[in-house]
Design a protein around this ligand. Sequence first.
Ligand SMILES: NC(=O)c1ccc[n+]([C@@H]2O[C@H](COP(=O)([O-])OP(=O)(O)OC[C@H]3O[C@@H](n4cnc5c(N)ncnc54)[C@H](O)[C@@H]3O)[C@@H](O)[C@H]2O)c1
Ligand SMILES: NC(=O)c1ccc[n+]([C@@H]2O[C@H](COP(=O)([O-])OP(=O)(O)OC[C@H]3O[C@@H](n4cnc5c(N)ncnc54)[C@H](O)[C@@H]3O)[C@@H](O)[C@H]2O)c1
Lengths: 201, 201
Amino acid sequence: KISDKVINRLTLYHCILDDYINNNIEFIASNQIASLLNIDDSQVRKDISILNNSGKCRVGYIVKELKKSIEMTLGFSKTKKAFIVGAGNLGMALAKYDNFTSYGLNIVALFDNDTKKIGNTVNNKLILDINKLPNLSRKTGVDIAILTVPRTYAQSTADFLVKSDIKYIWNFAPVVLSVPKDVQVWNENLMGNFLQFTYKI
Amino acid sequence: KISDKVINRLTLYHCILDDYINNNIEFIASNQIASLLNIDDSQVRKDISILNNSGKCRVGYIVKELKKSIEMTLGFSKTKKAFIVGAGNLGMALAKYDNFTSYGLNIVALFDNDTKKIGNTVNNKLILDINKLPNLSRKTGVDIAILTVPRTYAQSTADFLVKSDIKYIWNFAPVVLSVPKDVQVWNENLMGNFLQFTYKI
Ligand SMILES: NC(=O)c1ccc[n+]([C@@H]2O[C@H](COP(=O)([O-])OP(=O)(O)OC[C@H]3O[C@@H](n4cnc5c(N)ncnc54)[C@H](O)[C@@H]3O)[C@@H](O)[C@H]2O)c1
Ligand SMILES: NC(=O)c1ccc[n+]([C@@H]2O[C@H](COP(=O)([O-])OP(=O)(O)OC[C@H]3O[C@@H](n4cnc5c(N)ncnc54)[C@H](O)[C@@H]3O)[C@@H](O)[C@H]2O)c1
């Protein structure tokens, strides 16, 4: 199993490799990655060594092979279908973001309880009545929900999702959700990240 | 200095305490926090012990005091003024989010290069021409930029920000920016977080 910190770094390496490909550069050395991220060269080499095939050659790593290898290891090609629950400012921004599909995230539909929003489409995805979620989740096998409802409704909506056979919740609301042991929650703590950044200022 | 991991956990404890206050509960025990986050009770007590005043009493911690102490330690009351650069889907969602001010983040204005957007306001904040940023940054002393432009323009926009005396960039674009040593970048790696979550699925 790869640790969270290494997955985070591999994704950043992937961004760098993407840029190199856009600029038609074929090879990259580990110290070029290290200096861009302000980390140790030995750390980069250690991270790359866990990949099944790093594309290593005499002059460094072959960019396309290293990128492919990161994608295989992190499961980019494994499609993960998800619902967005809460078609507000953040939910809509996430729904309009096409880059998610290249990482394997496929947003199937959005759900809301606001009748003014239900029935609209965003980026070819329908906004449906939240009460239709249990049926659709069972019919499509979607078990990941991206939770972007206001904090006041986060826990009650999570309870509803759990009853609808949702097993994974990517939670953007600033609330620590209480869920059964067989449900996994990932708290996207945007403010926590900002405070980590500004704490040092 | 407090590590990133501890700051992240303290912010989640703060969310839990906020909920307790909304439900008029006066005391909390460390094991209640631990079980909500699925972590060790000893970890919670260790984190709290670094605060200047934990509000510890016979029956656990006084919720209001513990919350205040986390806010003091993480600098919630220290106002951090920032510009949003790129008034697109994500930039607008961040600009409309009022909860940022309770963490000390004050978004002063947005900047864009799209003439259709320049001159509009969102959540009482003006969308200005990006070329006005250097002047405004010097006049207001704002040195934090939240970068939400498309990946293709991220590096060139970062170069422009550095020339405009911006010292801190909260970067949402999936690009590793190359900046001088005296400029600090925090990569908000949303996809990296999602992959950490789904990698284990
Ligand atoms: N906008 C941001 O930049 C930002 C940043 C950090 C965290 N967050 C968090 O993300 C969440 C969403 O924020 P936002 O700015 O998009 O809020 P928003 O108010 O714009 O959107 C919330 C949406 O949820 C819908 N909704 C409410 N109750 C519902 C229910 N029971 N079932 C289904 N839909 C329901 C509303 O109708 C609305 O469309 C909030 O919890 C917020 O704290 C937002
Ligand atoms: N939307 C999401 O959910 C999401 C998620 C993860 C990452 N991101 C990243 O965040 C960034 C913004 O995404 P988005 O969905 O808001 O894109 P968007 O296209 O909706 O918005 C981009 C905005 O930047 C402006 N812009 C372009 N060049 C500029 C320049 N040189 N100076 C100032 N403004 C400029 C555009 O006019 C537009 O308003 C992208 O890099 C994207 O990869 C977005």
